[in-house]
Design a protein around this ligand. Structure first.
Ligand SMILES: *Cc1c(COP(=O)(O)O)cnc(C)c1O
Length: 382
């Protein structure tokens, strides 16, 4: 992993993984799917065929492993492709524990595996700190999956406490840290075994690629298996997307820092507005998990803010349709601010409050964001 570096230095320089043949300062993009052999029929480099790995993906993985303080990283063609490869390692019929409210696509996937008899699944109440421990079945639970902060309620879970409960029963803990990347929470330092990211979000930051990442504390048997499943299913991140992710990472610290600052100011200003019933943001002192957030999110409280508007689902949808600076679109983590009516996006299974609007705060001028949201609230209450 080389000399320890401040993450800002690591990211700005991309670890100086210079191209040996040219000295190029920006990493090269190798589109080749296959790699030649020499006169002894030995591979010239360390690559053979790009489904097994390729140079751009490899640089990205080294940077992510160092950023998270892990021993290895693997990237995938989407966050859910990473989840697929990970869940493939759960022994047939073993128990998985996950929160009742979590990224809905991930939960759909878990429910599907359960409905096919592939895994046993239970969902715990993420608002009850005792519920995880009670939900773990010693000797049966193979994997505990958590997310923090939880999308879209922004509940913050205490990673260290969950890790202890999981480890006491012989289960591994996987943390979806998409909303709290390593710049604010290094989940492995808090006891997670594997950290998951949708690289489609903050890691890339420009809403122009789909990608996923897993970073592990130890390279064990499960890790090797994940790598094998990725190779066999072709779930890799293609060279151009890997290159784009590397480009996005160079400004990650600046982008994330600015977005967190904007989010805090936005949440503080919007709270108390007559058109707003509740603001969910871990950085607000009255957030139910503010103390855990202060301990666990040392580089900012993230840039997602959920707002429950005064009124009903229709009021919320009107607000989302009337913003002009916030774009009404799903996803998060880009430099541009997005707004969505989460319940409409999640569909009939959704347990999300019908008045909830999920805001992904970007790096625009925060006063423009505040004024835009306020005018949309005003327009919608008419
Ligand atoms: C987007 C997202 C995912 C899924 O990632 P994809 O890259 O869309 O496959 C998983 N977890 C969270 C918290 C997300 O926001």
């Amino acid at each position: 992993m080389g000399t320890p570096r401040n993450p800002r230095t690591l990211l700005a320089q991309l670890g100086h993984y210079l191209d040996d043949t040219t000295g190029a300062v920006s990493p090269p993009l190798h589109l080749s799917t296959t790699f030649a052999r020499d006169q002894n029929y030995d591979l010239i480099g360390s690559y053979a065929y790009s489904r097994e790995g390729h140079p751009s993906q490899n640089i990205l993985e080294k940077i992510l492993a160092e950023l998270e303080g892990g021993s290895d990283a693997l990237v995938f063609g989407a966050g859910l492709a990473a989840m697929h490869c990970l869940l493939d390692t759960v022994p047939h019929g073993s128990h998985v524990l996950a929160p009742r409210v979590m990224y809905h696509g991930g939960q759909d996937w878990l429910r599907r595996l359960k409905s096919k008899g592939r895994i046993a699944l239970s969902l715990f109440d993420q608002t009850d700190p005792m519920a995880v421990g009670a939900g773990i079945l010693p000797g049966e639970t193979d994997l505990v999956w958590i997310e923090t902060p939880i999308n879209p309620t922004l509940t913050v879970l205490d990673i260290a406490a969950v890790a202890e409960a999981a480890h006491n029963s012989g289960a591994v803990l996987v943390v979806d840290g998409t909303l709290a990347p390593a710049l604010t929470t290094r989940a492995l330092d808090h006891g997670a075994d594997i950290v998951f990211h949708s690289a489609s979000k903050y890691l890339n930051g420009h809403s122009d690629l789909l990608g996923g990442a897993l970073i592990t504390r130890v390279r064990d048997k499960r890790w090797t298996e994940i790598q094998t499943v990725r190779t066999l299913t072709g779930g890799i991140l293609d060279p151009f997307s890997s290159w784009l992710a590397l480009r996005g990472l160079r400004t990650f610290a600046l982008r994330f820092g600015a977005a967190c600052e904007n989010a805090l100011r936005f949440a503080q200003r919007i709270q108390g507005h007559p058109g707003v019933a509740q603001v969910h943001y871990p950085g607000l002192p009255d957030h139910p998990n503010h103390e855990i957030a202060r301990k666990q999110m040392q580089g900012g409280f993230g840039a997602m803010v959920s707002v429950c508007v005064a009124g009903d689902a229709e009021t919320a949808k009107r607000v989302a349709a009337r913003t002009r600076v916030f774009l009404p679109a799903t996803s998060l983590g880009g430099v541009e601010s997005l707004i969505e009516h989460r319940r409409s996006v999640e569909g009939p299974n959704s347990v999300v409050d019908p008045t909830l609007l999920r805001l992904s705060i970007g790096i625009e001028d925060v006063n423009d964001l505040i004024a835009d949201f306020e005018q949309a609230l005003k327009e919608s209450s008419k």
